[in-house]
Design a protein around this ligand. Sequence first.
Ligand code: PMP
Length: 315
Amino acid sequence: AKCDQGGTFSKGELKRFGNIELNPSAGVLNYGQGLFEGLKAYRKEDGNILLFRPEENALRMKMGAERMCMPSPSVEQFVEAVKDTVLANRRWIPPQGKGSLYIRPLLMGSGAVLGLAPAPEYTFLIYVSPVGNYFKEGLSPINLIVENDLHRATPGGTGGVKTIGNYAAVLKAQSAAKAKGYSDVLYLDCVHKRYLEEVSSCNIFVVKGNIISTPSIKGTILPGITRKSIIDVAQSQGFQVEERLVSVDELVDADEVFCTGTAVVVSPVGSVTYLGKKVSYGDGIGKVSQQLYSVLTRLQMGLAEDTLNWTVELR
Ligand code: PMP
């Protein structure tokens, strides 16, 4: 197999959730040739279903596939497969305000390879699971610890794509942080050990006055779809947004810090611990985080008019 993997995906079928069969020498099992995505379906008040920017997930998977030497379904195929899967599982979507349906598309090298090479065959599948609200009572702050030794991504590596190996790289630091009572880990760049990168499964923003700063996309952090959406929302709410190198020292003077991601939506950071020193942010639920959370979730749940055409409605 060559790396300019053309190839086409034929339409699959809906199956009951269960184990799948895989060749022991499948590319994904041996050489980590796998990508995934994550998005949510929300129930509207009228019972219809809303997807949030699914074509962005399709495009991110395409970009990732290119880096991982894999073919990928077209944007149309991806979105159609998501719609079909969601509609077939519509009875599992919680009522509005009670959670959402988490959608997990997977793309993997399923064909057999022995020597290191891209797999000769690929499988795309989607599974779903209802999830509760990440925050039981609206917003609840998370406590982060800055990791100084372990890194999730290196320049030129695969940190900018949603490949399975990136998540294996964070398990050790994340487990250690959780065992010490922290919610999650904040990673630094591995060259200077000074600039903020992201959290294990979300992007990070630092608020100072009217300026909201976030690490720029430069190949080592995941280009979050929530990140991109929050940048637009914040600008439309009159904030100045800066995508740049954000030093870990800026956490000390920040008014607020928050994280964004499909799972966490907008999650205020209550405290960050760095080299044994803890910085706390008021009661942990900043005004700006609260405002952006509210604007975004109202859009995602169909409670606000979707002037940007970000949602796809299924009935
Ligand atoms: N960074 C990482 C490492 C992630 O796994 C995720 C979750 N996909 C994000 C950021 C946030 O991305 P999104 O907003 O697209 O969910």
